[in-house]
Design a protein. Structure first.
Length: 118
């Protein structure tokens, strides 16, 4: 159960209007100016926007794979360890993070099936 960085990049590439910003230690991902994720190469972790209930469920079910990053604006951000998750599950979480930030018209144009593995 390990997701490669290229698989994460492919997932992000299938979503519409993803903007990537590079910082010294991490990359961030936004859609139309709203942030939905981070990637830290050194720790092979991804931070993803989720609903608070989902954040709490993920962390309580598998604390070895997920941890609370922070809570802001009614959302619970979760840290995901790429070495402990399968690509299909990561695809669902990345899509959900993007969906929570993207405008409705864009979400309607990009269904989950577009990014899920074929």
């Amino acid at each position: 159960m390990t997701v490669q960085v290229r698989e994460l990049e492919q997932l992000l590439g299938r979503l519409a209007e993803v903007e990537r910003s590079e910082a010294r230690d991490y990359s961030s991902f936004s859609v139309r100016g709203k942030r939905f994720g981070y990637f830290w190469p050194r720790t092979r972790t991804v931070g993803l926007k989720q609903e608070i209930a989902e954040q709490l469920a993920l962390v309580s079910e598998r604390p070895d794979v997920f941890e609370v990053q922070f809570t802001a604006g009614g959302f619970g951000w979760v840290v995901v360890y790429l070495d402990g998750i399968e690509a299909d599950e990561l695809a669902e979480l990345v899509y959900e993070a993007w969906r929570l930030s993207a405008p409705e018209d864009l979400v309607a144009a990009v269904p989950f099936t577009r990014i899920a593995r074929a």
